[in-house]
Design a protein around this ligand. Structure first.
Ligand code: HEC
Length: 345
């Protein structure tokens, strides 16, 4: 969305003598560099891929080892792409493969399996092509070695975890499965985080027999607002060690009803909303009791709450009736309070 208009904001300097030539040059610059002015907004996709390289290290012949990667569309337009695998034989399998479509914000989880057939070094390459103009082709190198000896192996169910957005002071949880997929006992000696917002419920060391698995819960919590990119590092006797899982979570400060919502009612609505429309805005309880048309607040859904729609003038008479609209920022703040669960805080 930003990229096409950036093109037009590039500044150029021309030193010319007469006003007429200057004017003409200006006209040509406008014509030449901003010919897309007035076109409908172009929504671009943005591909984000969690890795560029996967090394399976040493794997026992005939024992399949899985790795995972995620393709995310962080842009604002649909992402069309294709996943293809290049290799000499059939040691690697990628699922799904071929064409894919990702809507903005969506994630495609891809599983990559390596099964060596002999005591050899194997390599392959995944090519991910897409219509993201900034990253039309992304390559991922796959390597692994087959051995006849029993080898312990760790398979982690996710290469990244998204904890979403939480309120400061609260927490959110995600689960991950650690599987012992080799044919020797897996010993996990430590699981560490690079930042204090993340923690787990499991104690290390952890011993897992071949075929066993363990579900662990990872918690995210923060006392301050912000975006927290982190990672979890698992150290084990698997040749893949260290196994790293990337973590992302966001915390935002809760909007206080008493501190910044009720005061708006008191100054801009109270005069009429003892009863008009069946809506009493004198307290949290009366607001949540609703109006003639039912609830005015749809908890968790600010944009579709009648209250917000009336403040924006999207339905019926814009509120406050006969008065100037509330500033966008004030409406946005009330909307955030509803999105955050319309708490009596
Ligand atoms: C000058 C008087 C007046 C003011 C000020 C006013 N309102 Fe209203 N409001 C009304 C009247 C009258 C109705 C009922 C008629 C209608 O639905 O338009 C109403 C209806 C509503 C409704 C719809 C209720 C329903 O059941 O459909 C909402 C929501 C609302 N107001 C919110 C507000 C908010 C929030 C404010 C302050 C920012 C506000 N109003 C300020 C007079 C007012």
């Amino acid at each position: 969305m930003l990229r096409p208009s950036n093109r037009c904001s590039r500044r150029r300097r021309y030193h010319v003598d007469t006003a007429a030539v200057r004017c003409c040059v200006l006209f040509l610059i406008v014509l030449g560099s901003c010919s897309d002015l007035g076109d409908p907004e172009v929504l671009l996709p943005q591909i984000v891929i969690s890795t560029t390289q996967i090394d399976y290290a040493t794997v026992t012949i005939g024992s399949p080892q899985a790795r995972h990667l995620q393709i995310v569309n962080r842009g604002e337009g649909e992402l069309h792409g294709e996943l293809s695998l290049l290799q000499d034989d059939t040691a690697f399998i990628v699922q799904p493969s071929g064409q894919f479509l990702l809507l903005p914000g969506d994630t495609l989880a891809v599983e990559l399996i390596f099964t060596p057939a002999a005591a050899l070094n194997y390599s392959g390459q995944i090519v991910i092509s897409s219509d993201d103009p900034e990253n039309p082709e992304h390559l991922i190198t796959l390597t692994g070695e087959g051995t006849a000896l029993p080898v312990p192996a760790l398979t982690v169910s996710n290469s990244s975890l998204n904890f979403g957005t939480i309120l400061t002071g609260s927490s959110s949880h995600q689960q991950i499965t650690l599987s012992s997929t080799g044919n020797d006992t897996l010993l996990i000696s430590s699981i560490d985080f690079d930042r204090g917002e993340y923690s787990i419920d499991a104690n290390t060391p952890l011993e897992l027999n071949p075929g066993a698995s363990q579900l662990i819960t990872i918690s995210f919590q923060s006392g301050v607002a912000g975006v927290f990119d982190g990672s979890m590092t698992i150290i084990s006797n698997s040749p893949s060690t260290p196994d790293v899982v990337s973590l992302i979570g966001e915390a935002e400060a809760p909007v206080s009803y008493a501190g910044s919502v009720q005061p708006v009612w008191n100054s801009s609505c109270g005069g009429c909303h003892g009863s008009n429309g069946g809506l009493n805005l004198s307290s949290y309880t009366t607001l949540m009791a609703g109006s003639n048309s039912g609830p005015t607040v749809t908890i968790g859904d600010g944009p579709n709450s009648l209250l917000i729609r009336r403040l924006r003038g999207e339905v019926g008479t814009r509120m406050p009736q006969n008065g100037p609209a509330l500033p966008d920022e004030t409406i946005g703040n009330i909307e955030t309070w509803i999105n955050q669960g319309a708490l009596d805080n």
